[in-house]
Design a binder for this molecule. Structure first.
Ligand SMILES: NC(=O)c1ccc[n+]([C@@H]2O[C@H](COP(=O)([O-])OP(=O)(O)OC[C@H]3O[C@@H](n4cnc5c(N)ncnc54)[C@H](OP(=O)(O)O)[C@@H]3O)[C@@H](O)[C@H]2O)c1
Length: 283
């Protein structure tokens, strides 16, 4: 049985989802989502910047599954941050997705007028357009700035998180706000060195699972929300088949000891602002 995480606003998010970063709009994104929904997955993570929200929305509608049983997450890009501007951007996003509401809306990056954007996101919650709101990539002191300014505290913080970069310090910073960690790059973006770690191979043999399944099961038992990306239906089925076994406390501890402070995405905040600040996703 798949698991749910209760957020600080009381909403329950399916702990396992499908991420569609770098999955092209059109047949690829639609089929990846439909295949996931058919397999039983009830959570899809997209973003305006991924330029595939239309296909995600189509799959949600085509699936025939009641809308309230599916959790959709999308993210606003900084080019649409600011009071007034973000309200319009939310309406455009609902139009692209072809849905009356989005379950979770995140600020994708920690630069631009994120405080103004947050105000409009809070209003969108009151207006019933968005169920939960959260942030992504806020790891600098801007994390505390937005959490302190927020009337509705962020329900999640989506960041790079995997056995080589476990985010223990960040979890402590979030504890007072009740904000949960969502992992991006849960499989290290498919890094072979991480996936082939000897410890995972040993545990995979013990449980009759694959190394990837061991990593995903570890995330689940850590309480982290995950949405590994895959366009391979076999990978998808395997990734979701992690709810019939449990790692022991000792095994969880051994995996925790693999934390090496290794990120697969290395850009300082200044570099991110310089590289990504000029980007404006198409409507
Ligand atoms: N907020 C942000 O700034 C941010 C940044 C990055 C990512 N994200 C989110 O996080 C999601 C996941 O991150 P990600 O997609 O980059 O990295 P990931 O999920 O860690 O890794 C994806 C890679 O792992 C492979 N893979 C998946 N299942 C596998 C399996 N069972 N066996 C072997 N290989 C497998 C995939 O290949 P196949 O397709 O061939 O299976 C793909 O190459 C994204 O889709 C997105 O939703 C958010």
């Amino acid at each position: 049985m798949q698991t749910y995480v209760t957020l600080n606003d009381g909403n329950k998010i399916p702990q396992f989802g499908l991420g569609v970063y770098m999955v092209p709009e059109g047949a690829a994104a639609r089929e990846a989502c439909l295949s996931a929904l058919k397999t039983g997955v009830r959570h899809i993570d997209t973003a305006h910047a991924y330029q595939n929200e239309r296909s995600v929305g189509e799959a949600v509608r085509e699936s025939g599954i009641p809308r309230e049983e599916i959790w959709t997450t999308s993210k606003l890009w900084p080019s649409e941050y600011g009071e007034g501007k973000t309200a319009e951007a939310i309406d455009k996003m609902l139009g692209r997705s072809g849905t009356e509401y989005i379950d979770l809306l995140l600020l994708h990056q920690q630069f631009g007028d994120y405080i103004g954007a947050w105000r409009d996101m809070e209003k969108a919650v009151s207006g019933g357009k968005i169920k939960s709101i959260g942030i992504s990539n806020f790891e600098s002191e801007r994390l505390e700035e937005i959490c302190e300014a927020a009337m509705i505290k962020p329900s999640v913080l989506q960041v790079e998180c995997h056995p080589y970069y476990q985010q223990a310090a960040l979890k402590k910073r979030l504890a007072g706000y009740g904000t949960k960690i969502e992992a991006w790059y849960p499989l290290g973006h498919g890094d072979a060195g991480l996936i082939e770690e000897l410890l995972f191979t040993d545990l995979a043999k013990k449980y009759g699972k694959s190394n990837v399944q061991i990593i995903l099961r570890w995330h689940i038992q850590e309480g982290t929300i995950v949405f590994p990306k895959t366009t391979n239906p076999e990978h998808l089925k395997a990734n979701f088949d992690i709810f019939d076994f449990e790692l022991s406390d000792g095994e969880m501890k051994k995996i925790r000891s693999l934390d090496r402070g290794i990120r697969f995405f290395n850009m300082t905040l200044e570099e991110q602002e310089r590289m990504l600040g000029g980007f404006k996703p198409a409507d």
